[in-house]
Write a protein that binds this ligand. Structure first.
Ligand code: PMP
Length: 406
């Protein structure tokens, strides 16, 4: 039994009212609310357990360093990574992808090379590669999706050539909710000697991840979507790549020695962690992961899947509602349009009824173009949501439809 009522009490944000209505928070793919333990962990450090890490020998510096490195180890175990040196702490998914785009790009991408992405990527997994391609005279290739949102994995070998230097694919689309067969994609890419970066921003929230089993070369995610603090994130990279890649940013903490003539760099992973790290956030992220481990990822997955199935069933009863991304497996969220309604108007009406939903291009304009539309409405779920909340959202959508159409 998944005790959702009890779990909800761990999240103070969920008991607030907006416009005098009890909040129904269905924008979890954008960011999740934080459990009290995470809030307490961050507050405790801001309240006094604060000393800049790695360089100090005093009590507070040592304690903060210990906590920062403990966070790295927690993430290592969470991802089932082989070594803690393969875990780089960043400020988020976007920062992690930009790090790889710059650093891997510096070392490996040349004029005429190709980088393969998919049609269902978040802007964060498109634009850094475009910037790299501009710098280097390389080219982006795009693996298409089918009408039902499923990725054309069968066509993948045709998109890989000796010019392909990296394949960057989302594990789970933040628009369609479809979960890509990452392990299969990695295996195909590797037979063509192409390394793979997996954007796990959405994927990691809904399932257990084993980077060694997937065998991906890079895996990135954000702390704030995983019930942790904003401004935290992770780049996992196989040691052989991280070792070979040059530093991304220069500054304190990433050096071994500095003179005006020459600088040598710190060992992994500090080589990629220039400047004062977000050690308080890292401790918050560790606390969030400990919290999730306690709830149990398999139980979370089963419960969230039942919420999604229920939502799909109920939403389809609404006249004129079209869901984008009907392929399976699908997880955690549903995006749709209702004929005759602009998603921004609908989201605004839902908001006034206390329901937080997201509308717009969802940071995936090429995907909107693929479906020939400008925007969608998205409901995204967490293990703290309930079927009653989904019922209320569906009733609100019906009401919005009546108000806007009739
Ligand atoms: N990739 C995907 C699939 C996402 O859903 C998001 C966040 N919406 C990102 C990348 C970017 O994450 P962040 O803004 O936390 O860096």
């Amino acid at each position: 039994m998944f005790e959702v009522d009890k779990i909800r009490q761990d999240f103070p944000a969920l008991s607030q009212k907006v416009y005098g209505k009890s909040l129904i928070y269905l924008d979890n793919a954008a960011t999740t609310q934080k459990p009290q333990v995470v809030i307490d962990a961050v507050n405790e450090m801001n309240n006094g357990i604060n000393g800049n890490i790695h360089r100090g020998i005093h009590y507070l510096s040592s304690l903060c360093t210990e906590r920062y490195e403990a966070a790295r180890e927690t993430v290592q175990h969470f991802l089932h990574a082989a070594k803690k040196e393969e875990i780089v702490l960043t400020s988020g998914t976007t920062a992690a992808i930009n790090l790889v785009a710059f650093s891997f790009g510096e070392r490996y991408i040349q004029n005429g090379d190709e980088i393969l992405i998919s049609e269902a990527e978040h802007h964060s997994n498109i634009v850094p590669w475009q910037l790299l391609c501009k710098r280097k005279g390389a080219k982006i290739k795009v693996l298409p999706i089918y009408k039902d949102g499923g990725l054309a994995v069968k066509q993948l070998p045709q998109y890989l050539s000796p010019k392909t230097k990296l394949c960057c694919i989302t594990q789970m689309s933040n628009v369609l909710g479809i979960v890509n067969p990452i392990k299969e994609i990695v295996s195909i890419a590797h037979t063509h000697q192409v390394p793979v970066l997996v954007d796990g921003a959405q994927g990691i929230v809904h399932q257990d991840i084993d980077v060694q089993d997937i065998d991906c070369d890079f895996y990135v995610f954000s702390g704030h979507k995983l019930y942790g603090p904003t401004g935290t994130g992770i780049l996992y990279g196989k040691e052989k790549w991280l070792d070979a890649m040059p530093p991304y940013q220069g500054g304190g903490d990433m050096i071994a020695s500095v003179s005006f003539e020459q600088t040598t760099y710190a060992e992994l992973p500090l080589k990629f962690e220039a400047g004062t790290a977000n050690y308080i956030g890292a401790h918050g992220l560790k606390t969030a992961i400990d919290y999730l481990n306690q709830l149990g990822l398999p139980a979370i997955q089963v419960y969230e899947q039942s919420l999604l199935n229920y939502a799909l069933q109920q939403l389809l009863l609404i006249e004129g509602l079209q869901i984008y991304g009907t392929a399976t497996p699908k997880s955690g969220l549903v995006s749709f349009n209702i004929k005759g309604l602009h998603p921004a108007d609908t989201a605004m009406l839902l908001d006034k009824m206390g329901i937080a939903a997201r509308s717009g291009h969802l940071c995936a304009q090429p995907l909107m173009q693929r479906f020939g539309i400008q925007s969608m409405l998205r409901l995204s779920f967490s293990f703290y949501n309930t079927k009653e909340e989904i019922d209320k959202a569906v009733t609100a959508l019906v009401k919005a439809r009546q108000m806007l159409i009739h």
